[in-house]
Write a protein that binds this ligand. Structure first.
Ligand code: NAD
Length: 505
């Protein structure tokens, strides 16, 4: 953490009541290019007063925003999707510079978020209530899906475009106002999207941004005027946020860490399977919550391991903006040290290191936080590399004899974000999808992230709270169902008598 009195570099601004303002804090953190260690910006840790005024401006704006016609809210989203599309390449460059992923992957990060904004344009039908006429004589029942008030979002470093876009567009289009707390490690691309949201016509106070770490997050989780918190990040922090915000009466969704398996049946198409596995394990340097981290080879598919390693060796490790890069750097020297420590533990605990990415040197980027593709076989479930989320380009391989054993293994793992199955048998796929206890299942798909008209449905240890981000579940999360039961008397109807028993209808 730096304490600087005079800011000279480009700084991440706060957004409070429609104004992009420079924080008055004394606490600033460098935003560092992970390929070079070059400082490309500074992020403030907002003061308690600044957090307070962001929440106050969101609270004040709610009164008129909730009354804004749904078509007007929708048109802002239509404009926002157009602006994001037009600026995607520019944002991707900043995203790669601050996050490290390849330019193509940065564009994918933006595209996935853009699809949520596109879906937000359907809010007219998504936020409809229900109506039943005649539940008793002259009585009708109907529901309203009403916005909650001020909602807040706390986002991780690994998808600085997609994950903020999972949150604020859906919350706002439902009629809420919002306070966003982006990752302090790479907030610049998130801020470019926020600027576009303001340009698209989001009124002052409806969207606000504060930067910071634990103190700011805790202030959001405990503030009486915040009604709901969306969190995406690590399991430890997500659990803390869920508990703290829950104790303060808020609706909370916490999407957290993972350990995603693929199960490979011997009848699978070998080439397609191995290509998919290598992409899913090492893409984005393994820093995806849905990255493949454990391969479970069933029966004779264990004979494919050498070919998998051969393919992994062909991946090019380089800075994300360099052409043909497959694996960029991990986010920070600290993250790299953690990944290396876990690889070391795998060696010490007796796993077989088939491909070692620890000592990779990248010409021209000697200071980058690079880890090359790493593959372990002979892994057992008691090893740290199996139990802990590595969040780096490390694939661990276990071999079993039957599908039943594979299902049992996956279901015994505490995490539940995603799982893949590779097979050519429909019957095997159907058994698997029925019995596997993981919230998102890919059949011949290694990273089964649902499109935004479904919802992100990670489960078990990867999630706290019932409703997931985006899609119909997000509409439920960001609205309160109000059920109206109404009776209208006709003039001719008799008034009847006082009745003290519960009605039999
Ligand atoms: P992180 O938990 O360190 O940070 C997430 C957010 O919490 C950041 O905004 C950060 O400022 C804040 N934070 C950090 N420490 C805090 C503390 N002690 N108290 C309160 N707030 C704190 O996560 P990260 O490293 O940025 O992101 C990587 C993690 O996110 C991985 O575990 C990954 O699996 C997970 N992730 C999950 C999903 C999902 O949908 N399940 C998606 C993306 C990432």
């Amino acid at each position: 953490m730096n304490t600087v009195s005079k800011i000279q570099l480009s700084t991440a601004k706060l957004l409070i009541n429609g104004e992009f303002v420079e924080s008055k804090t004394q606490q600033w953190q460098d935003i560092v290019n992970p390929a070079t260690q070059e400082v490309i910006g500074l992020v403030p840790f907002a003061t308690p007063e600044e957090v307070q005024s962001a929440i106050a401006s969101a609270k004040a704006a709610f009164a008129s925003w909730r009354e804004t016609p749904i078509q007007a809210r929708m048109r802002i989203m239509l404009k926002l999707q157009e602006l994001i599309r037009a600026n995607a390449k520019k944002i991707a460059q900043v995203l790669t510079a601050e996050q490290g992923k390849t330019l193509a992957d940065a564009e994918g990060d933006i595209q996935r978020g853009l699809e949520v904004v596109e879906h937000a344009c359907s809010i007219g039908t998504l936020q409809m209530g229900e109506y039943t006429e005649g539940v008793a004589r002259g009585v009708d029942t109907y529901t309203l899906q009403q916005p909650l008030g001020v909602c807040a979002g706390i986002t991780p470093f690994n998808f600085p475009a997609m994950i903020p876009l999972w949150m604020f567009p859906m919350a706002i289009v439902c009629g809420n106002t919002f306070v966003l707390k982006p990752s302090e490690q790479d907030p610049l691309s998130t801020m470019m999207l926020v600027e576009l949201a303001i340009e698209a016509g989001i009124p002052a106070g409806v969207l606000n941004v504060v930067h910071g770490g634990k103190e700011v997050v805790d202030a959001l989780c405990t503030h009486q005027d915040i009604k709901a918190i969306s969190f995406v990040g690590s399991t430890a922090v997500g659990t803390h946020v869920y508990n703290l915000a829950g104790q303060h009466g808020k609706r909370v969704q916490s999407m957290m860490g993972a350990k995603n398996h693929v199960v490979v049946m011997p009848d699978a198409n070998k080439e397609q399977t191995l290509n998919a596995m290598v992409g899913a394990a090492f893409g984005a340097a393994g820093q995806r919550c849905m990255a493949l981290s454990v391969a479970v080879m069933v029966g004779d598919s264990k004979h494919w391991i050498n070919e998998l390693v051969t393919k992994a060796k062909t991946l090019s490790v380089n800075a994300g903006h360099e052409p043909n890069t497959d694996i960029g750097p991990v986010i920070s020297p600290r993250a790299k040290a953690r990944v290396i420590d876990l690889i070391n533990s795998g060696v010490e605990q007796g796993a077989e290191l088939l491909l070692d990415g620890r000592d990779i040197q990248v010409k021209g980027y000697e200071n980058g936080n690079f880890v090359g593709a790493t593959v372990f076989s002979n892994v057992t479930t008691d090893m740290r590399i199996y139990k802990e989320e590595i969040f780096g380009p490390v694939l661990t391989i276990l071999c079993v004899e039957t599908l039943d054993e594979a299902i049992e293994l996956v279901n015994a793992n505490p995490f539940g974000n995603g799982v893949g199955l590779f097979t050519q048998s429909g019957a095997v796929a159907r058994t698997f999808q029925n019995r596997i206890d993981i919230g998102q299942v890919g059949i011949n798909i290694p990273i089964p992230v649902p499109v935004p008209f479904f919802s992100f449905t990670g489960s078990r240890g990867s999630k706290l709270g019932d409703l997931g981000p985006y899609g119909k579940q997000a509409v439920q999360f960001y609205t309160q169902t109000k059920t109206i039961t109404s009776r209208w008397f006709e003039d001719s109807q008799e008034a009847g008598e006082v009745n003290t028993t519960i009605s039999l209808r």
